[in-house]
Ligand binder design. Structure first.
Ligand SMILES: [Ca+2]
Ligand SMILES: [Ca+2]
Length: 140
């Protein structure tokens, strides 16, 4: 009986690992990434993406930049999924640094169309964040 239970458990574990592995590609930030020139490259060409990073209040003005150059035009929804009430915002800049779109706080969904071949910078900005804040950015 014990053997059967552990067999079921490991099958369930394998299933959940397998499902999440196929559901989204996960990227982790790499500091320093506080500017366009040091942005972490990510790809949105192969389905859903989760970006995991931290806004660190010890570091003055921690901005997290992620660089995207899609190979196909993609309509995407961007959202900070784990900190809905926080003043953590998502900004999208073009290659000249101009802000194309932005949310006002965590949890809001930003609908944005990334055009093929253009370079964009997705910026996570923790306005007034005083605590160490790990965030999950989902791009679907
Ligand atoms: Ca960071
Ligand atoms: Ca940073």
């Amino acid at each position: 009986m014990k053997k059967i239970v552990s067999g079921i458990l490991s099958a369930a574990l394998l299933l959940s690992v397998g499902t999440s592995a196929f559901a989204a590609t996960t990227y982790y930030e790499s500091e320093p990434n506080n500017s366009m020139s040091t942005a972490d490259p990510i790809s949105i060409n192969n389905g859903d993406v989760i970006v995991r990073g931290v806004l660190d209040p010890v570091e003055v003005d921690d901005f997290d930049y992620f660089k995207v150059t899609p190979t196909a035009t993609k309509q995407a929804k961007l959202q900070i999924t784990n900190l809905p009430g926080e003043t953590i915002i998502i900004k999208i800049r073009n290659s000249s640094g101009e802000i194309l779109d932005s949310t006002l706080k965590g949890g809001e969904i930003l609908d944005f169309t990334f055009e093929k071949g253009r370079t964009y910078y997705i910026v996570i900005d923790g306005n007034y964040t005083e605590d160490y804040k790990p965030y999950n950015l989902s791009i679907n």
